[in-house]
Design a binder for this molecule. Structure first.
Ligand SMILES: [Zn+2]
Length: 272
């Protein structure tokens, strides 16, 4: 099962064709410097009353899986980095795609931007682990560090799966287990449950092939292992399933995913 996860071994590895200039490509890789999201959309102007915005003081780190330049930079993304629990993993992976070729990295970036815009409109500070969909990386350990450095109230990695079974479908939310620190314990489990509930309540089916009731405890995901903040990874669905591929490939479908994730994050922050 885990072999089919997009962040596991089921995706197309980058070919080791590039020249071994890892030092050069490493320094040329986009720096993981976080930046704030765009300001709230004009349809939600800040209130002039004394009441602070609902999200005042809260920080969310959004981590769109993979990156558009990964596939053409195998030397950089295949280098091993710390993955937690004494393990190492490739810096990053290419991610999967729909059968029609719509890539996971484009989906995750688009959804993260929409989630971030919705949260920023509520006064929540949003930090992204990557600023565009054409760069390389950052590595999984660097992504975790961005969440840690931001002192995030919640960290959400956004992915889509690539199960080779076309009938496999549904979303799941992964969390670190067994926990390696306090934040990976109850806070992350609560975030995972709240995220699962919110996405399910918004009309999405839980996974038919990974985890249980939309939740998947994992000990092998570097971003979760290395996090010191409440963190989850959302696999929105199976890009190799025709119905879910259709949703992910459409702007309306991506907006639906984003709305569900943003609402769940707001619910978590309100209860945290
Ligand atoms: Zn992925």
């Amino acid at each position: 099962m885990l072999l089919t996860a997009c962040s596991g071994g089921g995706e197309t590895p980058a070919s080791p064709a590039a020249a071994p200039t890892s030092n050069a490509t490493s320094s040329a890789a986009p720096s993981p410097s976080p930046s704030s999201s765009p300001p709230p959309v004009s349809s939600s102007p800040p209130s002039t009353s004394a009441a602070p915005p609902v999200g005042s003081g809260k920080v969310v780190v959004l981590d769109p899986g993979h990156n558009g330049g990964n596939a053409s930079n195998p030397a950089e993304i295949n280098r091993k980095v710390p993955a937690g629990r004494g393990q190492t993993k490739p810096c990053n992976t290419t991610g999967t795609s729909t059968n029609a070729g719509y890539p996971e990295h484009a989906f995750t970036f688009a959804v993260a931007q929409e989630v971030g815009n919705a949260l920023a409109a509520k006064g929540i500070k949003v930090v992204y682990t990557r600023q565009n969909d054409s760069g390389v990386g950052p590595c999984v350990d660097e992504r975790a560090q961005i969440g840690n450095n931001a002192n995030a109230d919640a960290v959400v990695s956004i992915h889509a799966d690539g199960s080779t079974s076309p009938t496999a479908h549904g979303f799941h939310v992964a969390y670190s287990a067994p926990p390696l620190n306090a934040a990976q314990g109850e806070p992350s489990l609560k975030l995972a449950r709240t995220m699962r509930d919110g996405i399910r309540d918004d009309g999405f089916a839980t996974s038919t092939y990974i985890g249980s009731a939309g939740l998947s405890p994992r000990n092998d995901l570097a971003g979760l292992n290395l996090s010191t903040r409440p963190s989850v990874l959302v696999e929105c669905g199976n890009m190799r399933n025709a119905d879910e591929a259709g949703q992910m490939s459409s702007a309306a479908g991506r907006a639906h995913y984003a709305q569900a994730i943003a609402k769940a994050l707001e619910a978590y922050l309100a209860s945290a």
